[in-house]
Design a protein around this ligand. Sequence first.
Ligand code: NAD
Length: 353
Amino acid sequence: MEASIAVIKGDGIGPEIVDEAVKVLKAVEKKYGHEFHFEALLAGGAAIDQVGECLPEVTVEKAKKSDAVLLGAVGGPKWDTLEGSKRPEKALLGLRKSLNLYCNMRPAVIYDALLSASPLKDSITKGGIDVLVIRELTGGIYFGEKKRQGESAYDVMSYSKDEIRRISIKAFEAARKRKKKVTSVDKANVLETSRLWRETVNEVASSYPDVTLNHLYVDNASMQLVINPSQFDVILTENMFGDILSDEASMITGSIGLLPSASLSDGKKGMYEPIHGSAPDIAGMNIANPLATILSAAMMLRYSLNLDKEAEDVDKAVKAVLDKGFRTKDIAKEGESWISTSEMGSLVEGEIL
Ligand code: NAD
């Protein structure tokens, strides 16, 4: 197949980790006979330095025309003195908005080889953890009317059936590619938006008889994530609950350099990026962990390009490299030897070819 992939390296470690993900995508391209057209686009601090703004119009236009966007990370101390609206991180919000990325997906996986990195007890993680948190990203309380009146303030939480339906469909579709279980998280015992949420999720579920659905209140879900995380496959939830639960799910894996993410729009278009930032403290040193970005590229293959087998190949290659004991500095135990960013990328590439 042919696909156009917009590549935004960004700042800090962005260029180093994206180069490794592109290396891996090129290995997939070669092995399976695909044709990927990569186009480098500017955003973030790099764009401010070169063209004076964090999100040039041409980047938005070309990102919109591509099948998917692969992003490193943006931001860094060099631009920290700029006022809020001019800072590199604004580029992310601009991209999410112009591409209408309403569905955020964050998998949290604990690899057998890295079980000890989890802050949870072995007795809890030994069942294996492979959770995909699907968070509604453009509605809810973060986007509702907000006001301060003297000594009081309010934020309005509102959802329409359409908003709930489209994110639910993403969750059920994703579950079909996984273990076929959706846990919808809400607060339907208290919130009217949650009652509409639950009703709508149930309606969507009727079109997916092959997927099991259960509902949990958000307070219970946050407890279950730390006492019995292996019960989860796909967690579907609204914006604010998802913000909190996706961070909680990430942290139980214990390794920020390994966590990818996807933000999807209608159809297949999406933006893929590691959950970590630009790590300016280690930029340019060839020691950053590229695996989160490589795994983000695997999500791109799965969700935007519909290349499930190829995505699985990349996931397996990462697992194989970890099983063989290779570590970047961030995931190496004290005294353990470690390899560079580019060596890690090449090892994953080698497993694929
Ligand atoms: P960060 O995620 O960049 O770094 C936190 C810590 O984790 C640092 O010690 C860093 O060295 C380490 N780390 C992060 N990614 C790593 C990797 N792949 N391999 C090894 N170690 C890694 O968070 P921060 O320090 O709070 O933010 C730094 C900059 O990144 C800021 O300008 C922030 O605004 C920006 N940021 C960007 C994004 C994004 O582009 N999506 C997200 C978060 C933060």
